[in-house]
Design a protein around this ligand. Structure first.
Ligand code: SR1
Ligand code: MG
Length: 431
């Protein structure tokens, strides 16, 4: 299980005590905290699946410190994982920070040997997933995430880069194989076979899990998506763009945690955002105080999903019109008024193809959160297991249709309308 971690001789996982000594040796960071190390507080707050995360505060300010462990935190030392993921995260924050200024955390220090990144403390930001479970509206989210995706994906695509620079970018990220393998297994393979790490709400979803394992058209469809994930080097994608990778307040939104980044299919990022909004929508039944109490919130969630796609599409095309200087679609092939019209039509066709990828990848992201290893707290925090299974079965049934009948979902409103229908459905549970 997993690639063995190459550990630098200087590497050691930090503790609250050792981290103070470490940070004290970094003059810029120490002055940001202010005072003396014995006046600093350190708290380990990591609740993700992979890493250590510390919040350090001093009299003058605070910082966040993220350190990779040589194994998967969620599973333990039995699943080794390379520390190099910190390197890919750091590089991606650098690229994406340039393409989408102000939308990623500022980096203060990176230590390759320690696999450790010191960055801006985002406070009073919270993880978006938690805010959505509490029913908080984020009016600026659709605008920001669509800008982030349109800018980062466009800037690292063949429409913006020369073939030489694009190939160099592919090479720079080609080593992030262990993190890609997690995605290849946990998203595109395990939910469709018997796998040790799979889990689901039992016994209620036993029938759904068994049906998915013997569903030929579904397994073909997910395998086609896997081929795309393995072979489409379209842009530097975040690679894990769910609502747990977004920290925000009502005014400020930041995208964190791009350790799964590589040059892959753009629809994987866009699909991740749409999938996680739809999952949250379908989970609201388990978070409202009485039936219908969250109806207005449900509407906001689906409106947001619609806005995300509509704005992303428009912003990506605008970036292309302005900055289409890459080696794809050479300008002299589309000179003159007729050429411009042809190119404008092709941009629309490109986005239509990207939309179809988005639908497919969104469905894969939905299924993995119900039948695979790593679930979402949107669903996990529903205490009543039968109710949780009902919400999860709705996610599965909607996602199966999106994956097998992708062509029927021609616009984002086809997904949101199907989500509303799914929310009113009564799936047949086991037991
Ligand atoms: C073993 S890692 C499981 C999941 O956690 C991350 O957030 C990714 O989504 C990954 O698939
Ligand atoms: Mg993460």
């Amino acid at each position: 299980m997993g690639e063995a971690a190459k550990v630098h001789p200087d590497y050691k996982p930090q503790t609250a005590g050792s981290l103070k000594d470490y940070l004290a040796r970094l003059p810029d960071v120490a002055s940001r905290l202010g005072g003396k190390p014995d006046g600093w507080t350190v708290e380990e707050v990591g609740d993700g699946n992979l890493n250590l995360v510390f919040i350090v505060k001093g009299p003058s300010g605070g910082i966040a410190v993220k350190q990779a462990l040589p194994y998967v935190r969620l599973v333990g030392e039995a699943w080794p994982l390379p520390l190099s993921r910190a390197h890919y995260e750091y590089m991606t924050l650098t690229h994406h920070g340039k393409a989408a200024p102000g939308l990623t955390p500022t980096i203060y220090h990176y230590d390759e040997a320690m696999a450790l990144i010191v960055m801006e403390l985002l406070q009073p930001h919270i993880i978006m997933r938690r805010g959505m479970i509490a029913g908080t509206v984020y009016p600026l989210f659709a605008g920001v995430i669509s800008t982030y995706m349109a800018n980062t994906l466009f800037a690292t695509s063949d429409m913006a880069l020369s073939a030489k620079d694009k190939k160099a970018l592919i090479g720079d990220f080609a080593g992030n194989t262990a993190l890609c393998k997690i995605t290849e297994d946990l998203i595109f393979t395990d939910p469709y076979r018997i796998a040790e790490l799979n889990r689901w709400t039992k016994p209620w979803l036993d029938g759904h899990a068994a049906a998915f394992r013997s569903d030929g058209p579904l397994k073909v469809a997910v395998s086609r998506l896997k081929v795309k994930f393995l072979s489409s080097a379209e842009a530097l994608i975040h690679g894990d763009l769910h609502t747990g990778s977004v920290m925000l307040t009502e005014q400020d939104t930041r995208i964190i945690d791009p350790e799964f980044a590589f040059v892959g299919p753009m629809g994987f990022d866009v699909g991740a955002v749409i999938a996680n909004l739809v999952i949250n929508y379908l989970s609201q039944v388990g978070h409202e105080e009485k039936p219908g109490a969250r109806d207005a919130y449900r509407d906001w969630v689906l409106r947001t999903a619609e806005e995300v796609w509509v704005q992303f599409r428009a912003k990506f095309i605008a970036n292309w019109e302005k900055g289409g200087i890459g080696d794809a679609y050479p300008r002299d092939l589309f000179a003159g008024a007729e050429g411009q019209r042809t190119l404008a039509a092709e941009r629309e066709a490109y986005m239509d193809r990207l939309w179809q990828d988005t639908v497919g990848f969104a469905s894969a992201k939905m299924i993995r959160r119900v039948l695979g290893l790593a679930h979402n707290i949107d669903l996990e925090w529903i205490k009543d297991e039968r109710l949780r299974a009902t919400a999860e079965a709705r996610v599965l049934e909607l996602a199966r249709d999106m994956m097998v009948n992708t062509g029927d979902y021609r616009k984002i409103t086809d997904i949101t309308a199907a989500a509303r229908k799914a929310n009113a459905s009564q799936p047949k549970l086991t037991g």
